[in-house]
Design a protein around this ligand. Structure first.
Ligand code: NAP
Length: 466
């Protein structure tokens, strides 16, 4: 569905009106284009004294051929030289340079007094971030810091990043990555995602990178040779997920209810995928998926499972019928639990498989008329947190929580609420299905073995539940 306000705001007349009335300005978001560099502009790198992540960060920047600058910082220069990154000098008095990405290694911050290092790095260059820019702060996981003063200071980074996300505007994003000691080699997939246009509609998020088996991959085809199951793949977000995982090289098993088989055939046909018409609430759904993957897929099992199928049946609690409660709970949560249990019990998940669930900001913030939906989507988050530590064999589970995404589901929302949903976020617009799909592809990557139990919102930093 088209966003008429955004179209008007980006016209010559619209720009004038919007500026004079101080209305929200939804800039067009830059999205991933394989024909452009992953980081499409200069990177400014900084670090607090005593930080230890300069090496892994430089390594990633070197691999993606980023045009990287830093002020006079001996430790960073040494770390960069070690991995062969050409760190160009940046003079702090220079107000003309513009940067696409500003990365700060905060891992050396030991106490609250040292948080001023964040201010010292970002404040002088705050006006020099390009539109669609990226602010990335990298620290140490607070819960794993043995010193309470350091844990406190590291936790404080969250407030900084979330405020920058709201303040910098012009479609820029701000994220915080916590890296556990010993998990430095697992930083790459997350840094690539957050520094690139793939994370266009993700902002104000906190990700924990832990130790875990991460495989070396071809970054242009990270899922080559892998088989991915996507539920609800006939349209909307599910269709975008299927297309994105196929772009990344996966053979995709496209699943949807039998009534959607024609659309399912269309999507699968266009991406060279397989078709599995199936209702996920069937008691033997997990068994059927396992048998199908074993018999039909190239990898004789599943490497990626995306639980995307979901429904709403909105009513206030007083007006809700029991079947509206039961159906939503069964499709959005219970069937996912049953399918996971069966796939794990049957050994249908290959080593290092990725389970990625689709929650919702409704499950984080709650929503009027959505007691059933919000309960089911909060349950998805609970499932991710509780199942993650139980998984073995390199298998991981994570979730995305979309905000307002332009699909049939949101087109059905009454106009007033729809407009509020679109504007009440740092991007002043709804996201596209591909924005959710890119976040899922990042979790699904064999290089994301250090991500387990994370929930990332794809909501343009919606005010709801923030
Ligand atoms: P959608 O356009 O309604 O697509 C969902 C698909 O799942 C439909 O094809 C649907 O088929 C299918 N499905 C429903 N029940 C099923 C079942 N029992 N077995 C197999 N397939 C089933 O929804 P969407 O907007 O793309 O949303 C996808 C996911 O994102 C959902 O989990 C949703 O809750 C979540 N989400 C969406 C938004 C948003 O803004 N759009 C925001 C937050 C979260 P039918 O034709 O039978 O319905």
């Amino acid at each position: 569905m088209s966003d008429r306000y955004q179209e008007f705001a980006n016209s010559a007349l619209g720009k004038l009106v919007i500026k004079n009335l101080g209305l929200p300005m939804p800039l067009e978001l830059e999205r991933f284009d394989p024909n452009k560099p992953l980081i499409n502009g200069a990177v400014l790198l900084g670090a607090a004294p005593g930080s230890t992540l300069g090496g892994p960060i430089s390594d990633v920047l070197n691999t993606v051929h980023a045009d990287t600058y830093a002020g006079n910082h001996a430790a960073l220069q040494q770390a960069a030289a070690k991995v062969g990154l050409n760190l160009r000098p940046y003079n702090s008095g220079d107000k003309e340079s513009r940067f696409k990405v500003m990365i700060f290694d905060a891992s050396g911050i030991q106490n609250s007094e040292q948080l001023v290092e964040l201010f010292n790095f970002y404040s002088p260059v705050a006006r020099q971030l390009l539109p669609n820019g990226r602010v990335i702060v990298i620290g140490r996981t607070p819960e794993l810091c043995s010193n309470p003063k350091m844990a406190t200071a590291q936790r404080a980074l969250e407030g900084f990043v979330k405020s920058v996300g709201k303040e910098f505007k012009k479609a820029s994003t701000a994220q915080l990555i916590y890296v556990a000691e010993g998990a430095e080699a697992n930083l790459e997939s997350t840094l690539r995602f957050f520094a690139s246009a793939k994370s266009a509609y993700v902002s104000g998020q906190v990700v924990r990178v832990s130790a875990g088996a991460t495989q070396k991959i071809d970054w242009n085809a990270p899922l080559a040779g892998k088989t991915a199951l996507v539920t609800g793949a006939s349209r909307g977000i599910g269709e975008a997920i299927a297309r994105t995982l196929a772009r990344d090289g996966a053979q995709v098993i496209c699943l949807d209810v039998p009534a959607q088989e024609a659309d399912l055939q269309r999507v699968a046909g266009e991406i060279g995928g397989l078709v599995l018409p199936l209702d996920i609430t069937a008691s033997d759904a997990g068994q059927k998926i396992a048998e199908f993957a074993n018999a039909e897929s190239q990898s004789k099992g599943l490497d990626v499972v995306v639980h995307n199928a979901g429904i709403t049946r909105d009513k206030t609690l007083a007006n809700m019928k029991d079947q509206q409660w039961n159906l939503v709970m069964n499709i959005n949560l219970s069937s996912e639990e049953r399918i996971n249990d069966t796939l794990l019990a049957e050994g249908a998940l290959n080593a290092n498989a990725r389970i990625v669930c689709v929650s919702s900001i409704s499950g984080i913030a709650g929503n009027l008329g959505q007691t059933n939906y919000a309960t089911s989507k909060a349950g998805v988050i609970g499932m991710v947190h509780s199942v993650a530590p139980t998984l073995a064999n390199g298998v991981t589970i994570n979730a995305v929580a979309p905000g307002f995404i332009e699909t049939q589901m949101t087109a059905a929302i009454p106009l007033g609420i729809r407009e509020a949903g679109r504007r009440m976020n740092s991007m002043s617009q709804g996201g596209q299905p591909v924005d959710v799909a890119e976040a899922i592809a990042w979790f699904a990557s064999p290089a994301s073995g250090g991500l387990n139990g994370n929930v990332v919102r794809v909501c343009g930093q919606s005010l709801l539940g923030a």
